[in-house]
Write a protein that binds this ligand. Structure first.
Ligand code: NDP
Ligand code: 2IT
Length: 447
């Protein structure tokens, strides 16, 4: 979609002010492309320069993270926290540890987080952080020392009412534990609500581990239901084999679908009988091994080194690894092979060309900021439990997550309809997420 003159000018300014941050530019452009009709209906948003303000993070911290490896050698990484928007509540969003991390990645994730968090209906603002640290191949001791050093800077700007980090790529239960331990030590406070994704024994919430994958599957189920369809008997491809992918696999299977392929950054496994949940969990969550090793336990499965997972035919695609993993070419291939629905478990996994291919072909397309909102939503539920010193049961928490995902779908669907793009959940998610934040920002005055 073309941008109106005003939105184009805003976008050009964003490029100028944030040179070299391609992923951030991409995420901003996608949102701005949806906002034309919003500015027509609400000229007060333009007048108060809400969009210009929303594109500028409220605060950005970049810091040195020195640590010592097992050989005693000093290592230096770079840490980030971008506190993007606090109109709806304390800054909230994950930490990513991956060698590809730089400011542009953290800003794209933080920007998307604003609208995603708004869609959950919970009182949380948007943020993201992380480091170019590579956790793969590191010992527990190295990861712990890194996390302690990272928190030794980060603790100054976070807090249960200020900014509440959680996990993302490379940051799971182990890392959150080390980060929490160091925060507690530095502040001399057991402030459970400062981080989410904690272990169940020290203030974590049931279902947080499962939440993003379960939530994404619930979202796709809603899209399919809208077409009088469902997961039953569907072939599904889930990229990645980390936290989001594993619990997508588990829930898809529960709903009667069959996940025939998964991956990691080295290759793809294809199991036409349906990927085995227990094997993937053991390999990835406990033993921290590669997806290729799946074939040791399931001899009929195939491993394709450096394969392209989107070549595997499926009816539902659930990209759950990383940004820009589905290109325009991949999307065409998926459509040709009979794909009818896409649920983005990852953040921005489809390139703009890919999104265009899916939408033009009438594929049901659940964009990340809606489809993967279940993770942060359950983080919001963890914050509620911490604030009231309660611990809800699994079923109760899962029911709340399920209801939130239905609401997110409804919000996207209604906004798409109201603003003239029925069935386009990209437009729906951007508009519904934006309007609430914009109203709060206007209420707060020029801040
Ligand atoms: P994990 O670290 O648990 O798993 C990431 C998976 O994706 C691994 O299989 C990894 O393979 C693969 N992957 C990561 N980067 C790349 C890359 N550059 N190229 C190919 N494969 C890659 O992370 P999560 O499952 O938590 O996150 C996956 C996605 O979901 C991310 O986009 C994240 O932002 C998003 N997300 C996560 C949420 C959460 O609650 N955890 C919530 C909402 C969204 P390898 O091991 O080889 O690196
Ligand atoms: O992208 C995301 O929404 C997350 N990584 C989860 C953030 C959170 O605060 O739970």
């Amino acid at each position: 979609m073309a941008l109106t003159e005003r939105l184009e000018a805003i976008f050009q300014e964003v490029i100028k002010r944030n040179p070299g941050e391609a992923e951030f530019h991409q995420a901003v452009k996608e949102v701005l492309e949806s906002l034309g009709p919003v500015l027509v209906k609400y000229p007060e948003f333009a007048e108060a320069k809400v969009i210009e303000r929303i594109c500028e993070p409220e605060r950005q911290l970049i810091f040195r993270v020195p640590w010592q490896d097992d050989k005693g050698e000093v290592q230096i990484n770079r840490g980030f926290r971008v506190q993007f928007n606090s109109a709806l509540g304390p800054y909230k969003g994950g930490l990513r540890f991956h060698p590809s991390v730089y400011l542009g990645i953290i800003k794209f994730l933080g920007f998307e987080q604003i609208f995603k968090n708004s869609l959950t209906g919970l009182p949380i603002g948007g943020a993201k952080g992380g480091s170019d640290f590579e956790p793969k191949g590191k010992s527990d001791g190295e990861v712990m020392r890194f996390c302690q050093s990272f928190m030794t800077e980060l603790w100054r700007i976070i807090g249960e009412h200020t900014d509440v980090p959680a996990g993302d790529i490379g940051v799971g239960g182990r890392e959150i534990g080390y980060l929490f331990g160091q925060y507690k030590r530095l502040t001399n406070k057991f402030e459970a609500g400062v981080l989410t994704g904690k272990g169940l024994v020290y203030g974590g919430s049931q279902v947080r581990t499962e939440a993003t994958g379960y939530g994404c599957t619930y979202f796709v189920e809603e899209m399919l239901k809208g077409k009088k369809n469902g997961f039953k008997g569907k072939k599904v491809v889930v990229s990645g084999s980390g936290n989001v992918a594993i619990y997508t696999l588990e829930k898809v299977k529960e709903l009667g679908g069959k996940v025939v392929a998964m991956s990691d950054s080295n290759g793809v496994i294809v199991d036409e009988k349906g990927c085995n949940v227990e094997t993937v969990k053991r390999l990835k969550e406990i033993e921290r091994r590669r997806i290729k090793d799946y074939c040791e336990y399931h001899k009929h499965a195939k491993y394709i080194h450096n394969g392209n997972i989107w070549d595997v035919p499926c009816e539902v695609a659930m990209p759950s690894a990383t940004q820009n993993e589905i290109t325009g070419k991949d999307a065409k291939k998926l459509v040709k092979n009979g794909c009818i629905a896409v649920g983005e478990g990852a953040n921005m996994p489809t390139t703009p060309e890919g999104v265009h291919v899916f939408l033009s072909a009438g594929v049901l397309f659940g964009p990340g900021k809606a489809a993967n909102a279940g993770g942060v939503a359950t983080s919001g539920l963890e914050m509620q439990q911490n604030a009231s010193r309660e611990a809800w049961g699994f079923e109760e928490t899962d029911a709340k997550l399920h209801q939130i995902m239905k609401n997110v779908y409804q919000l996207c669907s209604e906004a798409a309809e109201e603003f003239g793009s029925p069935g386009n959940f990209v437009v729906g998610a951007n508009i519904a997420g934006f309007i609430k934040v914009a109203r709060a920002m206007i209420a707060h005055g020029i801040v």
